[in-house]
Design a protein around this ligand. Sequence first.
Ligand code: NAD
Length: 497
Amino acid sequence: MRTVSHWINGTAVDPAADGRFAEVTNPATGKVTSRLALADAETAVAAIASARAAFPAWRDTSLTRRVQILFNFRELLNARKGELASIITAEHGKLLDDALGEIARGQEVVEFACGIPHLLKGGHTENASTKVDVHSIRQPLGVAAIISPFNFPAMVPMWFFPMAIASGNTVILKPSEKDPTAANWMAGLWKEAGLPDGVFTVLHGDKVAVDALLDSPDVSSVSFVGSTPIAQYVYERASATGKRVQALGGAKNHMLVLPDADLDLAADAAVNAGYGAAGERCMAISAIVAVESVADELVAKIAERTRGLRIGDGTRGTDMGPLITAAHRDKVAGYIDAGEADGATLVLDGRSPTPDAEGDGFFLNPTLFDHVDTDMSIYTDEIFGPVLSVLRVPGYDEGVELINNSPFGNGTAIFTNDGGAARRFENEIQVGMVGINVPIPVPMAYYSFGGWKNSLFGDTHAYGSEGVHFFTRGKVVTTRWLDPSHGGINLGFPQNS
Ligand code: NAD
């Protein structure tokens, strides 16, 4: 069976035969496709040492050269994205088109990072004091650790590593154990693009690898994406050793539908954003907040569209693929049981799926609940599966209050034709990314991605100018060249003249 190995110092490292391994499965067939090396503490130390050793030379590599390598990476990625999409579909289960979509969104960040010379430009002030000049520079931090989730094995790492590498850091990527091969494929691409060995490392593993990165004094920053409890843990543990941390957590994304909305557009959006990638997107809509007067009509439109969806293997032109593991499929099915027991109206029950797939994949059909209350577990918990809940409210104010009471604040959307209502929503809603008649408002690469509340620990969002800021620190230099008129002793605090 194929082994997925660590990538250290520009080469795949064969794991010890008596080491720990995990199985990697194709979720559409249920078949184990490879075994993954799980790092022990020694392997983590070797990976960190290699990244640390590569830092001084990379940090001092000219911006011109760095940009050429980024450009090469972009060109190779664009030319060979089909290979990467196939890897993603085989290990994650999402449709090939969807896999290409995540690569395209990651590629946008690579393209943004190609503009790093402009983004790193500091300021310069001549004659701040008489014959004294001041300028500012931003310098890389050192070794950047990136710990990523299963649901976007290419895009989420690309939210961080282009910015980290472009600004002169070296990177250790610790991918999800569930779909690790995309990381190795990207490591090979970096090598082909001309990146020096040691600048991009892939360390596979579980808590052992993560904890080694969080505790190492040779790691300068941690960018984490995953569930809220682990994000909080990572934030606290890595901050305790003085690292810079951005830890993006889980979500419960609401879509508020006002009576004047185009209900066909809203129903299309709810189905696309709720069931796309089997609901395993951090920006998926999972709670529809419908104003009572249009709720019946909206639920009927969502149900009608959902009944037509084709479930199955993502390589077969279906609409929705499997869940990531059998355990996760069972957990999501357990939430459907709980929603029914709690008294929500089960409009569509996904527990008896009929997928177009070979073997024994981890499928559920899309599920739709109506009359959901805020104390039911199908509402309070992040389900991360194809389960949409409809909550009914009397009007706009109650809808906003419901959304603002959520402990999560990743994404949200309002559907309305009333510009005044949309403008109020934009102003009042306590969520980091807002869509107006747009259900999955993932910001472009030149803005920054991140939620509020339990959806982000730390204060810096991913990519865009905040990404540049996260991976660099500022320095201000005050300069005076020899001038005899400024000599003499003065023990007072420096003042400008
Ligand atoms: P996860 O939290 O289980 O795993 C994320 C990473 O943490 C993985 O690399 C995993 O190996 C590691 N990890 C898991 N348990 C650990 C532990 N006990 N100690 C140390 N490290 C540990 O998340 P997942 O299931 O892979 O991904 C789904 C979650 O990610 C969802 O909650 C989703 O909302 C979230 N997510 C959030 C965003 C965002 O932008 N906010 C984006 C994508 C995914």
